[in-house]
Design a binder for this molecule. Sequence first.
Ligand SMILES: Cc1ncc(COP(=O)(O)O)c(C=O)c1O
Length: 485
Amino acid sequence: MVSQVRGVQLARLLGQWHALPGRRRSPDYAALAGAVRGLLADGRLPLGVRLPAERDLAEALRISRTTVTAAYRELRDSGHLASRRGAGSWTMLPGTHRVAPNGLWIPLDDRDMLDLGVAALAAPPELLPAARAAAEDLPRYLNGAGYHPIGIIELREAVAQRYTERGLPTSPDQIMVTNGTQHALDLVLRLALAPGGGVLVESPSYPNALAALAARRARITTHGLAADADGWDADLLLGTLRQVRPRVGYLIPDFQNPTGHLMPAELRERLVATAHAVGTDLVIDESFVDLPLDGTDLPPPTASFDRHSRVVSIGGMSKPFWGGLRIGWIRSSAPQVQRLAAARVGVDMSSPVLDQLVAVHLLDVAPAIVAARRAQLAVQRDALLGALAARLPEWRVTMPRGGVTLWAELDGPISSALARAAEEVGVRLAPGPRFGLDGTLERFLRLPFTLPVADLVEAVGRIAAVRYDLDRAGQPRWREPSVIA
Ligand SMILES: Cc1ncc(COP(=O)(O)O)c(C=O)c1O
């Protein structure tokens, strides 16, 4: 790895830095600093390398040393350079970022950042009492080894009872406790999908589910959801299943992430029947099933139409309760749960007993917690919609009847550019393409309404400001894409 760049080398990398597009009338030192930042962002100048001495770079660029001094000062101020007297200056990234092993910038915990990248609520007040009660319960388990590959019986009973109450009779031996819904998906895929197997997913879909599928090297077919309230196109969805006959279908019928759509009962029934007819196993992600808003009635669970053990349901505590609990579950047939347990020992053996006990205590008081969550989410959703209507009226949004996100259709294919610009003003966004597979969805942005109202309104104000700046920065006005032949 290079540890130092010389003046002539950096000058070569910088190329026509003084004439970069978008420079407008900024002073030389600012243009030079901007060009160095650009090289860092593109990965052409590595992190942690020593930049040339000021005089060396000034000579190589044929500019005054004061310009280089001022540029280095600006880079230090913006967090792209660390200097120590007598030792030189090293490239780095601003304090809110570090570089992940895959070369991507990842954020550190930054308390000033308004994070609209994560669609999850802070913990409810009931969490601490539940944790205390769980600690009191723990002695009951301490005489055993603590390994429960399908979960402790009390939690499996509580989860099974919730399914039964939703009209889907379930016994505890049909439940396997996991470390979150994501873990549940990974385990199910390990069993159901050989590497390279075919999978049908919605587009857009949940990015970490797509990552789990990528890890199985799945061959993915997508069903495009309409942005408006209809969501799924029944004929297309079922037609694709019949044509492609994927091994697995991964769908989120209950307040889909990111669109918030709710699949009607009739389509659920046809979906399960068609899946059975073509030999597709359905993995139904019910992460948001507890969060209908405005008194919206829930259709029957997708698995309630299943007569042939085609449907595996996954869900968890993260959305209605707290993501930090890391408790999720799988509902399947009892023999399938045993197979999953056998697969699990090669991964993580078992979930933490204490966390499962916390979950039991939270589920005990679930109705009160969930009612408060729904009321809070409805208020926050309405505040977000109101702020968007006031500040970004060109964006089109369909009011979600549940879940925690809305899927905004923007006024152009600007989602990634907007996310980059928003990060600069302290708002983190997950741009549309993160929810797809092929770099499309640039006209869309997922906006969660999990932050307090004041933060949501502030975030929309900042997003609106950078949206306006994107236009003023002299970018071409967005048009419908023309045909490229
Ligand atoms: C659709 C969907 N599935 C799974 C997960 C992961 O949930 P967990 O925190 O339970 O692993 C999420 C979290 O955002 C989600 O939205």
